[in-house]
Design a binder for this molecule. Structure first.
Ligand SMILES: [Zn+2]
Length: 121
């Protein structure tokens, strides 16, 4: 389950960024084609969060990023389109040499900390 490794990376970063404050929420962006199971991601977060953050109250807020492509390469027309609807074929010119705009993200965007709680030193 590689979701655990991903989540542990986020949690490690979140712990450092929180600098001793209690982490209430981790906001992440996950691309539709990043190759993760969203259910497994949530499960892994709940399982690993207490070990990193010292609380089982932290939440994972996931923004799903749709997969989008831009028509590129020699002769590409530059059109942008949704992978889900078109696959890798440009709907405008039919070229098959797109580049990814989004959809592969696995990114910790921000954390929310509880500023009421004094830092645990
Ligand atoms: Zn095109």
């Amino acid at each position: 389950m590689h979701e655990l490794g991903i989540v542990e990376g986020w949690l490690s970063t979140a712990r450092q960024a929180a600098d001793g404050h209690r982490v209430k929420r981790c906001r992440v962006s996950v691309g539709e084609l990043a190759g993760v199971d969203f259910g497994a991601l949530d499960f892994a977060f709940q399982a690993a969060a207490p070990r990193f953050l010292g609380t089982d109250q932290a939440q994972l807020a996931v923004t799903r990023v749709p997969a989008r492509l831009r028509c590129a390469g020699p002769g590409g027309c530059g059109a942008e389109y949704a992978f889900a609807e078109q696959g890798a074929i440009c709907p405008r010119c039919g070229a098959t040499t797109p580049e990814w705009i989004s959809g592969l993200e696995l990114r910790l965007d921000s954390i929310v900390i509880d500023e009421q709680e004094p830092p645990n030193v």
